[in-house]
Design a protein. Structure first.
Length: 67
C-alpha cells in the first residue's frame, strides 16, 4: 500500500474514534438557526465539508493555467 493511503486510513480511523467518543447531543447555532444534533454528526459533517473544499481547491488548481 502507498504511504498516502495508509495515512488517510489512519486519519479517518482517528476521526471515527473521536466522533464515537463524543456522541452526546449539542446545540448548534448559526445566524438565526438553532438545532439540537448529535456531536458525532457535527464532527463528521465538518470533516466531509473540509474534504469537499480540499477537492474543489485541488480541481481548480489543475484547470487554471499558470501565469
Amino acid at each position: 500500500m502507498k504511504t498516502k493511503t495508509i495515512i488517510a486510513i489512519l486519519f479517518i480511523s482517528l476521526i471515527i474514534i473521536f466522533s464515537l467518543q463524543n456522541a452526546e447531543i449539542t446545540d448548534v447555532k448559526f445566524l438565526f438557526w438553532k438545532i439540537s444534533i448529535s456531536r458525532v454528526l457535527v464532527i463528521l459533517g465538518s470533516f466531509v465539508i473540509g474534504i469537499l473544499v480540499g477537492i474543489l481547491v485541488s480541481i481548480k488548481k489543475k484547470f487554471t493555467k499558470p501565469i
